[in-house]
Design a protein around this ligand. Structure first.
Ligand code: NAP
Length: 241
């Protein structure tokens, strides 16, 4: 049985990924920060769909010690670690002249440093077996910037650089590291966008519609299984960066 740990899987994209990997027969570790009840619901949904191997691993990805503890607990639970999806992320949108140190640091600490702690600990746990797949969820903002999200765009651009470096270093251990840019999805993260911005975002889609989360899930399932791809950045989108 293969195992996957998904950070930030209580809601939004992470939740959908957890359900899809659960349906595909993976043992699923559902991480969250605050919304334990929602994460527990995800676990119950996987179990009710016929896969008994799902569990919750609460912990703040900003805390490197906590990341180490929750990953050790994950490996102890199923005795293997095949796939890590670094999905946990936040926004604190604000134009840069008004952006506070706190707004900058919160986003960098969660999206960039949090991903680094998770990549480092997963690499530690995957290296004895000389296999594993790490997928970092990034954003179109990380390759082309945005308006009012210097912190978020910088954090995601940083994760792309981290992905490419980690892939180079971990390739000799057959640990694959890739980054995936999801398209636009209506989640709590995007809920604060004004109608005007949402209309602008939608108008960029060359197919006239945003991507389905099921397409993202099936792409990630395929990427997790693929043994010969590493160090790549994929867009699951129909906007052109
Ligand atoms: P969301 O609905 O706001 O969910 C965020 C998730 O991250 C929640 O499960 C939350 O846990 C978790 N989280 C936040 N801070 C955390 C921390 N310090 N430690 C552990 N977990 C933490 O977000 P989403 O829209 O699904 O986005 C998921 C990922 O996709 C993010 O990396 C985002 O940048 C990326 N993305 C999203 C879109 C989009 O259109 N939505 C597009 C491109 C990329 P709690 O529930 O416990 O707070």
């Amino acid at each position: 049985m293969k195992t996957v740990l998904i950070t930030g899987a209580s809601r939004g994209i992470g939740r959908e990924l957890a359900l899809a990997f659960g349906k595909a027969g993976y043992a699923v570790g559902v991480n969250c920060l605050r919304e334990e009840a929602k994460a527990q619901t995800v676990v119950q949904e996987i179990i009710q769909a016929g896969n008994p191997n799902a569990d919750i691993f609460v912990g703040d990805v900003r805390d490197s010690l906590k990341v180490r503890q929750l990953m050790d607990a994950f490996v102890k639970r199923w005795n293997s670690f095949d796939v890590l999806i670094n999905n946990a992320g936040i926004t604190r949108d604000c134009t840069l002249l008004k952006m506070t140190n706190g707004e900058w640091n919160d986003v960098i600490d969660t999206n960039l440093s949090g991903t680094f702690w998770c990549v480092r600990e997963a690499a530690r746990l995957m290296s004895p077996n000389k296999k594993g797949s790490i997928i970092n969820i990034v954003s179109i903002m990380g390759v082309r910037g945005g308006y009012g999200n210097a912190n978020y765009a910088a954090s995601k651009a940083g994760v792309i650089g981290l992905t490419q470096t980690a892939a180079r270093e971990l390739g000799r251990l057959s640990i694959r590291v890739n980054a995936v840019l999801p398209g636009f999805h209506k989640t709590d993260m995007s809920a604060h966008l004004s109608k005007e911005i949402e209309t602008k975002v939608m108008s960029e889609h060359i197919l006239g519609t945003s991507t389905q989360v099921s397409d993202l899930s099936s792409f990630l399932l395929g990427l997790s299984e693929n043994q010969s791809i590493s160090g790549q950045v994929f867009s699951v989108d129909n906007r052109i960066a």
